[in-house]
Design a protein around this ligand. Sequence first.
Ligand SMILES: NC(=O)c1ccc[n+]([C@@H]2O[C@H](COP(=O)([O-])OP(=O)(O)OC[C@H]3O[C@@H](n4cnc5c(N)ncnc54)[C@H](O)[C@@H]3O)[C@@H](O)[C@H]2O)c1
Length: 315
Amino acid sequence: MPKYILIIGACGQIGTELTLTLREKYGSEYVIASDIREGNEDLMQSGPFEILDATNYDALEEVIAYYEISEVYLMAAMLSATAEKFPMRAWNLNMNTLFNVLNLAKEKKIDKIFWPSSIAVFGPNTPKDDTPQNTIMEPSTVYGISKQSGERWCEYYFKKFDVDVRSIRYPGLISWKTMPGGGTTDYAVEIYHKALSEGSYTCFLEEDTKLPMMFMDDAIRATLQIMEAPSENIKERSAYNLAAMSFTPKEMAKNIKAVIPEFEMGYEPDFRQEIANSWPSSIDDSSAQKDWNWKAEFDLEKTTETMLENLKNRV
Ligand SMILES: NC(=O)c1ccc[n+]([C@@H]2O[C@H](COP(=O)([O-])OP(=O)(O)OC[C@H]3O[C@@H](n4cnc5c(N)ncnc54)[C@H](O)[C@@H]3O)[C@@H](O)[C@H]2O)c1
């Protein structure tokens, strides 16, 4: 029996690439994309699409029944930088969409859920280097508070109601197909666009702010891998730490300069610096490695090479 998959927030930075990859793997007609807005041409032309506000339980239930959906990837959320500006909207969106999907699984209307968490679940009191899977978590941002609460609820629904929900704490994600949606690591995507179009970039973080990052192909591969793993292998029902590389804006600029020697980097830190200061510098993802064989493939050099190669034709 083929399974039908619903992606919520399919037009975003991750949702777009996730939808295209799932369609390639399972067949376009089995992967339903949904969002409150239309996405880019690649996405819109690749298969079925529904305008859907996932905060509306009845509308969500209707789409799930109509397409006989068994798996949901919930990618809709308000990200870290935007959430600081609209705290209540962020809380309502991030939590209500999660509760809607968890409750549909509790009611046995869907079988499996992917819901992404973030390194934002950690806070200023968390060990910064090689942050362990289980450690102090005192998030100091609206976004981080919503993600940490989400993790607790996922584990609760798994234990109480046997809901098969799986999650990853994504680091900052770097991609060329879509732009990022209002996070604190957005600089690591913008920098490549500006390097090609203007030869310079002014970074909104200080030069020595080291953060965990990942190239999108790795993030998508991890997402498919955790969803395909046998249920008994998923030992963490809150969310898994996931790592690939960690670097500072200064290191990234140096890396780009090696390819584009005339590239110049300036620094004008803004409110996002405080968010970044509260996050880890590097992540220990040994649990993901052990439980479902996770291994990253992209380092900074390979990321820069791939980003510049693909963006060259677009900018
Ligand atoms: N991009 C990153 O670096 C990163 C890092 C860690 C975690 N995450 C998490 O991954 C998920 C996806 O992130 P992203 O970067 O693709 O975000 P994004 O902002 O690029 O995309 C989110 C999408 O959700 C849609 N959306 C908003 N409200 C909606 C609603 N009510 N109903 C349906 N859709 C709605 C938006 O239109 C948008 O297309 C989020 O949960 C985010 O917190 C992302």
